[in-house]
Design a protein around this ligand. Structure first.
Ligand code: ATR
Length: 290
């Protein structure tokens, strides 16, 4: 948190419903302090008037906003510009103030991209399996195909949703073979080493003993597993990957890098990796208090 709020302090914030459990203020206020920026970040609980929130934010000279559930799609119609990747993903979580309104970005996608780079997980020419077809999975599916995955299998409890996402991604990236399966059809996956992205909400605290697939035969093929969940720190999915010798990563870095990327867009700066690592430690500490 910056030491003094004065007449020159800039404001950023988060709009959503609910926003009470967000960690974004912790991250952004730490970044502001670490970078020496005169900036504060606050949560805005928006009951339902998203248009009013965006218009009001602009009128109040708010520098940037994050957008969380349930407004990531709805907000798009109130923006003066939308970044091409966010447009194709169909969701915006970051608004950057420009001359006559806000431009929308999807830093969930950018945060996952940076996490994979940091963890040296390459999707190019790989067989990638995406578990889930909800909001979080949309950005992940798009990224997988954009990174040049050879094949992308989208598995979801509701087959129709998986098919819709597969068709959508396939339309942009003809070179990746995108296929939809029902979750229980995981035994139809090819007998190859897999990179798996877990993008369902199964396993999230307090349901820490649940994973969307439990069968060891599946996990034998998983060389790398990324869970978008960060609470608990080690999910059941991650345990199952590790039990068969695979490498597993949780979603905490995604949370970190989606925020860092938003902060960079608002302030036109690049945050040092050393500062990112300090924020990561801070986040880990937040969870150890729970
Ligand atoms: P988010 O924005 O976090 O992705 P979401 O859009 O509600 O949230 O998506 C949640 C994802 O978790 C979906 O893929 C959902 O599957 P359905 O499309 O079939 O609903 C998946 N999911 C949630 N609970 C599940 C459960 N008990 N078993 C299997 N999948 C589940």
């Amino acid at each position: 948190m910056i030491e003094t709020i004065n007449g020159k302090t800039r404001t950023c914030g988060l709009i959503g419903n609910p926003v009470e459990h967000t960690l974004s203020p912790v991250i952004h206020n730490y970044l502001a302090s670490a970078c020496g920026h005169n900036l504060v970040y606050v949560p805005f609980h928006v009951e339902q008037d998203v248009f009013g929130a965006v218009r009001g934010g602009f009128a109040l000279n708010i520098l940037g906003m994050n957008v969380t559930v349930p407004y990531k799609k709805e907000v798009m119609q109130y923006l003066v510009q939308v970044d091409e990747n966010a447009e194709r993903i169909g969701a915006v979580n970051t608004l950057v103030r420009i001359e006559d309104g806000y431009k929308g970005y999807n830093t969930d996608y950018l945060g996952l991209k940076r996490t994979l780079e940091m963890e040296n997980i390459r999707l190019g020419h790989e067989t990638v399996v995406l578990l889930g077809a909800g909001g979080a999975a949309n950005a992940a599916a798009y990224l997988c195909a954009q990174c040049g995955a050879k094949e992308l299998y989208i598995l979801n409890r509701t087959a129709k949703r998986a098919q819709q996402l597969a068709d959508h991604v396939q339309s942009y990236f003809p070179d990746t073979a995108v296929q939809a399966l029902k979750m229980e059809e995981y035994n139809e996956l090819p007998d190859r080493q897999l990179v798996v992205l877990q993008a369902t909400s199964v396993g999230l605290h307090p349901h820490i003993d649940e994973a969307v697939i439990e069968d060891a035969a599946f996990y034998k093929k998983v060389k790398q597993g990324v869970d978008i969940i960060y609470n608990p720190e080690e999910t059941k999915f991650m345990k199952l990957v590790r039990a068969q010798g695979g490498r597993a990563v949780n979603g905490l870095q995604m949370l970190l890098y989606q925020a860092v990327t938003a902060y960079e867009l608002w302030n036109g700066v690049t945050i040092d990796e050393e500062i990112c690592q300090r924020v990561l430690k801070l986040l880990q500490k937040e969870f150890s208090h729970e």
